[in-house]
Design a protein. Structure first.
Length: 192
């Protein structure tokens, strides 16, 4: 407790408010209530942290439980966002396989627009990344999930969008403006 008599704990302040007013002047009672309030504050924070693990979008250390429950290989070295994408995609992938389902699963990984076209006569479908330039960073995870949920007789083709030199028309840039860029940067990230 601070020397000025102010309580450090929010819950301690609430608890003191439920006691008779004559306890408010007692430094001993304020110290006891503040110490108990700190413990209650810590307990509430721990409970809030546990509650976050029940939702994929806010889970951190609980992602491992989600992955194990869904039969996903646990890789703690991957960024949390990628792990969440795999989990969300797996959850969306439960049920019958349609072009809409495949699009939804792919968008969960990519975070951008994805077009899925089915060519039933050729026993194939195409996944085209519309908004993402280059190859998405977690493509291998997406490919694994697509292979798991798609019917075995269908072949999948992935189509990527790149920034091409021909896209310079209308960008306001010239070839001379590209001296600070590598070919890979232009192709996979465009001009920013």
């Amino acid at each position: 407790m601070s020397s000025g008599g102010a309580m450090m704990s929010m819950r301690g302040q609430e608890m003191l408010g439920h006691l008779p007013t004559y306890y408010g002047g007692s430094q001993i009672m304020r110290s006891v209530i503040d110490a108990q309030g700190v413990e209650v504050d810590d307990l509430r924070a721990a409970l809030d942290g546990i509650l976050k693990q029940f939702y994929v979008a806010t889970a951190t250390w609980g992602l491992e439980r989600w992955e194990r429950e869904l039969g996903i290989a646990v890789d703690a070295a991957k960024p949390l966002g990628q792990r969440r994408s795999v989990i969300i995609s797996k959850i969306r992938g439960i049920g019958s396989v349609t072009a809409e389902l495949l699009r939804s699963v792919a968008e969960a990984y990519d975070g951008g627009s994805v077009d899925v076209t089915v060519q039933p006569g050729q026993y194939r479908f195409t996944v085209k990344f519309v908004d993402t330039l280059g190859v998405p960073p977690n493509l291998s995870d997406l490919q694994a999930v697509i292979e798991e949920i798609k019917p075995a007789h269908l072949v999948v083709e992935y189509v990527f969008t790149y920034f091409l030199y021909s896209d310079l028309d209308g960008s306001g840039k010239t070839y001379g403006d590209l001296t600070g860029y590598t070919y890979d940067e232009i192709l996979n990230k465009g001009l920013t």
